[in-house]
Design a protein around this ligand. Structure first.
Ligand code: UD1
Length: 340
């Protein structure tokens, strides 16, 4: 494996993965249409890695333009497919937009891969495919039953890839991420939501004085302190799981491999807020609110399979996740907005 095409490479997880790929000696081709991102992280990741990527502003639904990228770039050894819409609430309100972007966009990509004889893909899936799990930590063979359109697009994509792998002899790795948080240690790239839906970016903005308080969505769950428990994973660890997946696909003949990517340790909302207070030294006001519809009590990963078969395990703990998130937040309070 030499040349890797990354869709959504200007996004949060994509940009961190591109750095790790460049640092590991791969050539990187990014395809991104800036739906949820900007060019700035691409410039910064090139600077951090001391290497250039080949960038193409293309929407995956534009099959002709996508095909032209594959033809122009020559031999692409594998694709890492991040590009997708990812807000659960929005997907409930606008399912057609989610199916069109996530499913039709991916289908166009896979057709172009087929037409250009590219047979390896690492897909950005999510623990959301498990829905409300019967037991935690969750193993990969747990039942898949997503509970919202965003989650459905992820499980449908998984199915499409499994069927394609079977029919066309592709090597496929489905990575089911738990809760990605944190930022690059430089503080130069990080998560940049316009309005945060997820816990940690929200807490970050409260610590920074951008928002007044964080609402805890329910404190009556059956968990250690009543608040929701999740398996938070440092985005750099997650990025490295993609590099390990590319290595795993090297020489792997065909078939689909599925791995949970998490630390195996769960933290409650209260624990996250408390650690953020300690790391930032800031007051973080919390208000207890009702449960958020669709939320579950607890979600943690059994990542034994990724440890064994990918040779991957999480290196960073909660302290480093929150320190890096805070470094990025303090350095760039407005994210990439206003960057030169
Ligand atoms: C959410 C999505 C999930 C998606 C993942 C991507 C939902 C229901 N699930 O996971 O499908 O794959 O993001 O990162 O949206 N919380 C608060 N206050 C807040 C925000 C969150 O108390 O302002 C709590 C939640 O109730 C939960 C925990 O914090 O217990 C984590 O929430 P969040 O960061 O939104 O992640 P998930 O809900 O696990």
């Amino acid at each position: 494996m030499k040349k890797i095409l990354v869709t959504g490479g200007a996004g949060y997880i994509g940009s961190h993965t591109c750095i790790e790929l460049l640092n590991s000696g791969y050539e990187v081709v990014i395809v991104d249409d800036f739906t949820n991102s900007v060019m700035e992280p691409v410039k910064r990741l090139e600077k951090l890695a001391g290497k250039k990527v080949s960038f193409h502003e293309v929407n995956l639904l534009d099959k002709e333009a996508l095909d032209a990228v594959f033809k122009k770039e020559g031999k692409i050894d594998a694709v890492i497919h991040f590009a997708a819409l990812k807000a659960v609430g929005e997907s409930v309100a606008q399912p057609l937009m989610y199916y069109k972007n996530n499913i039709s966009g991916s289908l166009a990509l896979f057709e172009v891969m087929r037409d250009n004889d590219v047979k390896n893909v690492v897909f950005s899936s999510s623990a959301t495919v498990y829905g409300d799990p019967e037991e935690t930590p969750i193993k990969e063979d747990a039942t898949v039953h997503a509970t919202n359109p965003y989650g459905h697009t992820k499980s449908m994509m998984e199915q499409i890839l499994m069927d394609t792998s079977h029919a066309l002899g592709w090597g496929v790795i489905l990575l089911r991420y738990f809760n990605p948080v944190g930022a690059h240690e430089s503080g130069e790239i990080g998560e940049d939501p316009e309005y945060p839906n997820n816990l940690l970016p929200f807490v970050s903005q409260v610590a920074a004085g951008i928002r007044e308080h964080v609402t805890i969505f329910g404190d009556d769950y059956d968990t250690i302190d009543g608040t929701g428990v999740r398996d938070y994973i440092h985005v750099v660890d997650l990025a490295r799981a993609h590099v390990k997946s590319i290595e795993r696909l090297t020489g792997f003949d065909k078939g689909t491999l599925i791995y949970n990517i998490g630390t195996g340790t769960g933290y409650s909302v209260q624990q996250m807020v408390e650690t953020f207070r300690q790391v930032s030294g800031k007051e973080i006001k919390v208000v207890i609110g009702p449960r958020r519809p669709g939320d579950i009590a607890e979600c943690t990963a059994d990542a034994t399979l990724a440890n064994k078969e990918l040779g991957w395990s999480a290196e960073y703990g909660l302290q480093e996740m929150i320190e890096s998130a805070w470094k990025w937040q303090s350095k760039y309070p407005n994210g990439y907005r206003g960057a030169k």
